[in-house]
Design a binder for this molecule. Structure first.
Ligand SMILES: *Cc1c(COP(=O)(O)O)cnc(C)c1O
Length: 387
């Protein structure tokens, strides 16, 4: 299917709404039937028909069709946030007494799900260094049901060899889930490598403007319908029609945004890699990165996130650098129009336990600004680091 067709036409039935170019926001909780026979049909055919917006809604359905097609999936189901998509996908694959192998250092709340939430319900999780697939195979137990990936992962952007992890899963009768938010559905399509469920935080690149939250899970019709009947309908983390509409609007420009972000990020990274005040840059698309060949093999392009460590152990200098940036906002998240930093130093208060990551580590996201405008800002801020 052509990318242009997916983003501009697929799922849109304009003849049903006055040939409006933009889809309507069907802000309704329920859908009426004329006869008992109609209602009986609706009750029997959910989710193919529209009955109640906690189940499905036509505006949300348009988004689901488009993202499913972008991932090469049969079907997709949208949620009110990325973490709702993570939780529903994971819960759909396990029962009490089961075991999961999960990549180490995933997104913060995925980590909380794995380490604090699931053990309360009798699901045991082993966290592994995903840079070597052998760590996944070594962690397999007789009750392992699920191998969970996030490639690249959060903060340090380490890759898992997706095809190799899938092979381990298949040998051991396990399913696989990957959080594909970093790459967006344009830069990596894990279903091609045999992954069972692919999910995104739509809040990031799909929305693209820092004004909406959402999540989505893609897979076979059978697996998605099973999630619909159980986790989705029971936990109720539903996406609103208005948010789906904003995400459809975000999708229209996803290719141009990703292209701009990819090129700008490479420019900013190569400047930082040569800078004497920067210790290390974590970016899998640098030829010097140990996983560069794997990145080139399983991804189409880089995205806007990377991390640096500054050439200082002095937290005051790290803070001075961050505080003096004029054009990078300091905030959580990424994927919007605006460039961001997230300093690990912010998760540390004096006297408290040090975080797992070094205090001189700063995560970056490059947005849609002119890269030279951002580089100039970085250069002035780096003067606060005295080596
Ligand atoms: C932000 C994020 C999530 C969670 O998404 P929300 O929309 O904030 O709930 C999940 N995975 C990754 C990799 C993320 O960056």
């Amino acid at each position: 299917m052509d990318l242009s067709y997916i983003l501009n036409e697929l799922g849109e039935e304009r003849q049903n709404y006055y040939n409006a170019v933009a889809p309507p926001i069907l802000q309704t909780s329920n859908f009426a039937c004329k006869t008992v026979a109609d209602m009986r049909y609706m009750l029997q055919h959910e989710p193919e028909v529209h009955l109640y917006t906690r189940g499905n809604n036509p505006t949300v359905t348009i988004l689901e069709k488009k993202v499913a097609a972008l991932e090469g999936a049969e079907h997709a189901i949208a949620f009110g946030s990325g973490i709702a998509a993570v939780s529903a996908a994971v819960l759909s694959q396990v029962n009490a007494g089961d075991h999961i192998v999960c990549v180490r250092k995933p997104y913060t709340w995925t980590n909380a799900l794995m380490q604090r939430f699931l053990p309360r319900f009798g699901v045991d999780v082993t966290m592994v260094d995903g840079t070597d697939t052998i760590n996944y195979s070594n962690a397999i137990k007789p009750n392992t049901r699920l191998l969970y990936m996030e490639s690249p992962n959060s903060y340090t952007f380490e890759l898992q060899d997706i095809a190799a992890v899938v092979a381990v899963a298949k040998q051991n009768n396990c399913t696989t889930i990957i959080d594909n938010s970093y790459a967006s559905p344009l830069h990596q399509n894990p279903l091609q490598f045999g992954v069972d469920l692919v999910l995104h935080s739509c809040t990031k690149y799909i929305g693209g403007h820092s004004d909406v939250m959402g999540g989505i899970v893609c897979g076979t019709r059978e697996m998605i319908n099973k999630i619909f009947e159980r986790e989705f309908m029971t936990l109720g983390a539903v996406m609103s029609p208005h948010d789906a509409w904003l995400l459809i609007r975000g999708l229209r420009t996803l290719p141009v945004r990703m292209e701009r972000i990819a090129a700008s990020t490479r420019k900013v990274v190569s400047c930082l890699e040569q800078h004497p005040k920067v210790d290390k840059v974590y970016f899998p698309f640098s030829p010097a990165h140990p996983q560069y060949a794997l990145a080139m093999r399983q991804m189409r392009n880089n995205s806007g996130q990377f991390t640096i460590t500054l050439k200082t152990d002095n937290i005051n200098q790290v803070e001075a650098f961050c505080d003096s940036l004029q054009h990078f906002l300091m905030a959580a998240s990424w994927g919007g129009h605006e460039s961001l930093i997230f300093p690990i130093a912010a998760s540390y208060t004096e006297g408290a336990l040090k975080p797992n990551l070094p205090l001189n580590l700063v995560r970056f996201y490059v947005g849609l600004e002119d890269p030279d405008y951002l580089i100039k800002d970085l250069e002035q801020a780096l003067e606060h680091i005295k080596t």
